[in-house]
Design a protein around this ligand. Structure first.
Ligand code: FMN
Ligand code: 173
Length: 382
């Protein structure tokens, strides 16, 4: 089985007049999702902070790097499989934590988990998911848990023990979103899913949270519960010293998501973390911030031999994955692309988007004269 078999499958299906239901050109997904989802839900997913300059910079940074293909190198057996922090995957690609997915499709994270499992692609489940971590675990394959570290320590502890009990192997702690940035698309449509009770499911199923709001959520205490969520969601007081608390309470690997500065990457190493995600949250937090890809080589040089270095923000194609890996990422996370697949076609849509990305990645790598993840080094790029 090769990741590029999807290409043969598509052409063979053509002999029976069957064509892919969704486009194979990843750049068309966003426009299609806009047509189908429209308005608020599309704006929430596609949008970014401020003028969206950082979201554009994320894309532009990829365009400044070019692959230089090499010839006559026996690429008959491509194998992009790899293992990151103990989790094996068919290619250096994982699903980024994306919250509130039921705004784009009723099955939300359940459909995502099923599609990812079929392909063996690890999924990182968001604290702000629209299904509980236990519901997702029932149908999911390899999985990590993303923590939004709440103010209430007891609630944080409860999230950690629930995640460990339901088989999430690594913990991803998101640092860059202790509050939401200025996001004009959502502000202009006055849209925040949480206020409508979407994305709070992990909280509403939590014994510590429920105790704080006086028991099970009913029509009567629903507003109180949502306001309690608002008050508790993010903790702006956190500092590097707090990571020791987390380290004591999570036995598996811990990954810090949202690192952009080399010194912060070094601090993560000093705090005993196992990995980082070089990410600017897809340009959704600090408008005017540096492109995530531009931070990657320096950070990989500084800490890549001591912790796993993951990357996200702007990945759209197989070539993008190859470039990020060549610049030092052990694996990449994709965000909006699979959310569009979900919105356009549920589980099958997510699977389609992933199969396209993986096939394109393998074809790009082997047509460039390379076979393995280790072959993707900086000298592959110009
Ligand atoms: C709709 C949406 C919701 C997101 N929710 C979360 C979240 O709950 N937790 C988190 O750590 N990151 C979240 N992110 C950020 C992604 O994990 C990831 O960093 C980003 O989408 C990567 O950029 P890309 O969309 O260009 O691939 C979200 C992103 C989007 C688009
Ligand atoms: O929208 C986001 O980018 C995001 O990360 C988020 C923040 C809070 C809750 C859910 C998602």
């Amino acid at each position: 089985m090769s990741l590029a078999d999807f290409q043969n499958e598509i052409y063979l299906n053509g002999l029976s007049d069957i064509r892919p239901v969704l486009p194979t050109d990843s750049s068309r997904l966003e426009a299609l999702a806009q047509e189908k989802l429209g308005g608020q839900a599309f704006g929430y997913v596609a949008g970014a902070a401020g003028t969206e300059a950082t979201a554009r910079a994320n894309r532009a940074a990829f365009d400044r790097w070019r692959i230089v293909p090499r010839m006559l190198r026996d690429t008959s057996k491509p194998d992009l499989s790899t293992t990151v922090l103990g989790t094996p995957m068919p290619a250096p690609v994982m699903l980024a934590p994306v919250g509130v997915l039921s705004i784009v499709h009723p099955e939300g994270e359940i459909a995502v988990a099923k599609a990812a499992k079929e392909l063996g692609v690890p999924m990182i489940l968001s604290t702000a998911a629209s299904r509980t971590m236990e519901q997702v675990a029932e149908v999911a394959g390899p999985r990590w848990y993303q923590l939004y570290w709440p103010k209430d320590r007891e609630l944080a502890e409860s999230f950690l023990s629930r995640a460990a009990a339901s088989g999430y192997d690594a913990l991803v702690v998101t640092l860059d979103t202790f509050k939401l940035a200025w996001r004009p698309r959502d502000l202009d449509t006055a849209y925040l899913p949480f206020l409508r009770g979407i994305g709070v499911q992990n909280y509403f199923a939590d014994p510590v949270f429920l105790r704080a709001v006086g028991g099970e959520i009913t029509e009567e205490n629903r507003i109180t519960a949502i306001l309690h969520w608002v008050a508790n969601f993010g903790n702006p007081t956190l500092t590097w010293d707090d990571l020791a608390w987390l380290r004591e309470r999570w036995a598996g690997p811990i990954v810090l998501k949202g690192v952009q500065h080399v010194d912060d990457a070094r601090k993560a190493v000093d705090a005993g973390m196992d990995g980082i995600v070089v990410s600017n949250h897809g340009g959704r937090q600090v408008d005017g911030a540096v492109a995530s890809l531009d931070c990657l080589p320096g950070i990989a040089d500084a800490v890549g031999d001591r912790v796993s270095v993951l990357f996200d923000s702007g990945i759209r194609t197989g070539a993008d994955v190859a470039k990020a890996v060549a610049l030092g990422a052990d694996a990449v996370l994709i965000g909006r692309q699979y959310a569009y697949g979900l919105g356009l076609g549920g589980e099958a849509g997510v699977k389609h988007v992933l199969r396209c990305l993986l096939a394109e990645l393998e074809l790009t790598v082997s047509l460039s004269g390379l076979n393995r993840v280790e072959d993707l080094t900086r000298d592959v790029l110009a």
